[in-house]
Design a protein around this ligand. Structure first.
Ligand code: HAM
Length: 419
């Protein structure tokens, strides 16, 4: 019997693990620059902790948790609730009025696996407990942005304010009235959500719902004076630290504990899984979990998504390394390509060619992986006619190349490729 890893669970093999190590080492360095201490937490917690912290009517609690029903325990779907449980249990607020903690490790959510979305995934999570200062919000976003910038990734930052228990009920009422008129046009999930968790309708990805909420009332216009002051303090801090961001009034986040500032680091390079990290403030949560009345804020970066971006970046770096892939299709053309490759290299070009007799499709795939700008296709029939095809991988244009004597062919290719 051939036993494989579970769907959505993944081995991290040599070759890839080095990227993970690099990522973790840089994160630890940056967390230390901002005076964060590490905390290591158990993977299994009482189910109740997540239901109370994340919210009964969130996707995570309703359908994504790995729960052992007979024991009422759950494999943590995120780190914040566990970290707060530990903070409260060990009275960490007594040791220091402001705790700055980070943790790195696996989380578990029973989601539909796809690129950048796993069932066991890893987060680097940082939390500041005990400060309500808007400067801390700005500092947290700046720290995330610094880590992403030092990894060489270009990621944008979106921010919103979700208000507080003073201003949110008023907003909820006007949103409910707005959604009532549009109930029939919403997707089935949002029809249900509009009574249980109406704010979630705002960030539904279904195009039907997106269109309906375009004119929805904005939380930003319903903020109470304290929340509005807080938001402008955060914006001032971000400007002072030179952190680029944009306000996104539709961002709600999938966890119920947020108050005021919420934010996401977004990439355009990972398809549907655009958020490489996210977080926000949760001022009432510690008290709600039975702890002292202290505010908190934090964020988590998804390591799989960062590794995917780093791998794409490495592919781009490789792209600058190789000028041409020579694809031989058959014995004669491979023999010819073998000699031509050597002559091109002698002429100063960086050329790759393999001798495994692979199909054109798989050689093109390799060219894509390496990010090679040109492929020279040597077909057996064309070779007989003294021709080959040069394909520009960026524009997908192809042109015939006359195969003359080797020196002339090399000269032609060097001129075309360096143009
Ligand atoms: P979250 O938005 O659920 O927030 O997750 C944070 C990040 O974890 C996401 O932006 C994404 O990069 C990554 N992530 C989430 N689910 C998956 C998955 N199935 N596969 C791969 N990566 C995933 C939280 O978890 C909050 N605890 C963040 C926070 C900390 N808020 C305050 N403090």
């Amino acid at each position: 019997m051939n036993i494989k890893a579970l769907n959505g669970f993944k081995d991290i093999l040599p070759g890839e693990v080095e990227l993970w190590q690099r990522l973790e080492a840089l994160a630890r360095d940056i967390f230390a620059r901002f005076n964060f201490s590490e905390i290591r937490l158990p993977i299994l917690e009482k189910t109740d902790l997540f239901a109370r912290a994340i919210g009964e009517s969130t996707d995570i609690v309703e359908k994504e948790m790995y729960t052992f029903v007979d024991k009422q325990v759950t494999m943590r779907p995120e780190a914040t609730a566990s970290l707060l449980r530990a903070y409260i249990e060990h009275g960490l607020h007594v040791q220091k009025p402001v705790q700055r903690l980070f943790t790195i490790g696996p989380m578990f959510r029973h989601e539909r696996p796809q690129k950048g979305r796993l069932r066991q995934f890893h987060q680097m999570d940082a939390e500041v407990l005990g400060s309500a200062s808007p400067r801390v919000d700005a500092e947290m976003m700046a720290m995330g942005a610094m880590l992403l910038a030092e990894l060489g990734l270009s990621v944008s930052l979106e921010m919103n304010s979700l208000g507080c228990p003073v201003c949110r009920p008023g907003f909820r009422t006007s949103l409910l009235a707005f959604l009532d008129d549009r109930h029939q046009a919403l997707c089935d999930d949002c029809k249900r959500r509009s009574s249980t968790n109406p704010l979630r309708v705002l960030d539904c990805k279904n195009p039907k719902c997106r269109e309906q909420v375009l004119e929805a009332p904005s939380l930003l216009e319903h903020l109470c004076a304290d929340c509005a002051d807080h938001l402008s303090g955060v914006q001032e801090g971000l400007e002072q630290l030179g952190v680029q961001y944009s306000l996104n009034k539709f961002m709600v986040r999938g966890l119920d504990y947020y108050t005021r500032t919420t934010f996401e680091f977004i990439t355009g390079d990972l398809g549907a899984q655009a958020a490489v990290g996210a977080g926000g403030r949760y001022d009432g949560l510690i008290e709600q979990l039975g702890g002292p009345r202290v505010p908190g804020i934090g964020f988590a970066l998804g390591m799989e998504r960062l590794v995917l971006l780093l791998q794409q970046q490495e592919a781009e770096l490789a792209a600058s390394g190789v000028d041409l892939l020579v694809a031989g299709l058959g014995e004669q053309s491979s023999r010819y390509g073998f000699g031509l490759t050597h002559a091109l290299r002698t002429g100063g070009m960086r050329v790759v060619m393999d001798f495994e007799g692979r199909s054109l499709k798989s050689q093109m795939k390799q060219a894509g992986k390496l990010g090679v700008p040109y492929v020279l296709i040597l077909g057996e029939n064309e070779l007989v006619k003294g021709k080959a095809v040069l394909r520009n991988m960026a524009t997908q244009e192809q042109q015939d190349i006359l195969l003359q004597d080797e020196a002339t062919t090399v000269q032609t290719l060097v001129t075309l490729i360096s143009a």
